[in-house]
Design a protein. Structure first.
Length: 256
């Protein structure tokens, strides 16, 4: 059994064939999926999917790229939704310095607010980090994010950074990039970080693993991420499936 710990089934890319995508995931033994909401539209869709399917759970938060659009009312709404029985974490939140839509200081302030919100509602945090590693780590440390812990989603950093995150009570989640031929850092992380700290994800519809790179991703393909981790660690895919599933169940406190 596999768990896709970070997927956007609430994305417009699945409007035409969502049920077929879900069916393919179940056929591939991806028996549980965690859908990430990151703005008004996607949060509403994530909650809807979690209510429609027993095996789907929701994460609610505000994406750093759109930090400039987030209001106090939005944060209160997210806090209220945190009490929903199918909401298992706050996020994805963090920092994204690749895009210019939201100034860095606005992103950082919203990041801090969502860490504090997660602490208030006692849920873990799902972290988005793009080109902002030093500031992400600094803010996690300053805000004592280890109180709730969390996961570094689609981790692309170094082994050294991964170890710092683990010391902060964070899991490391690997996605499609670990399968890319030129992905040196994710492969090193998959090789050197113990299985007890790893989870797997697709981030679908984005970041499809090899040999589907550049195409629409979907939860069934998380098995290819597991296969690559197994290859790098010289263990069986069953070992990876068992460990990463147990990690996800414990991390998200899934009732399965």
């Amino acid at each position: 059994m596999f768990i896709d710990t970070h997927v956007h089934l609430n994305a417009d890319q699945y409007d035409e064939d969502l049920q077929e995508v879900i069916n393919r995931a179940l056929e591939a033994k991806v028996n549980h999926m965690v859908v990430i909401g990151f703005d008004r539209k996607t949060i509403n869709r994530a909650i809807y999917l979690a209510e429609q399917y027993d095996f789907i759970y929701a994460v609610v938060g505000w994406h750093p790229v759109d930090a400039i659009d987030c209001t106090n009312e939005d944060l209160q709404w997210i806090e209220d939704l945190a009490a929903h029985p199918k909401v298992v974490a706050i996020g994805e939140t963090g920092l994204d310095y690749h895009w210019d839509k939201s100034p860095h200081d606005v992103q950082q302030e919203l990041f801090r607010k969502q860490i504090r919100l997660a602490q208030k509602v006692n849920l873990p945090i799902v972290i988005h980090n793009r080109d902002a590693t030093d500031d992400v780590i600094r803010i996690l440390q300053e805000e004592h994010a280890e109180k709730t812990g969390g996961v570094m989603h689609c981790f692309g950093g170094s082994v050294e950074t991964a170890k710092i995150c683990i010391d902060l009570n964070f899991m490391i989640s690997l996605g499609g990039p670990v399968t890319f031929k030129n992905a040196k850092k994710p492969k090193e992380v998959a090789t050197e970080i113990p299985l007890e700290y790893l989870m797997i994800e697709t981030d679908a519809p984005y970041l499809a693993p090899h040999p589907h790179r550049g195409k629409r991703n979907e939860p069934a393909l998380v098995t290819l991420v597991a296969e690559e981790i197994a290859r790098l660690k010289n263990i069986t895919i069953e070992d990876v499936a068992k460990a990463t599933t147990e990690n996800a169940v414990k991390f998200y406190k899934l009732p399965i």
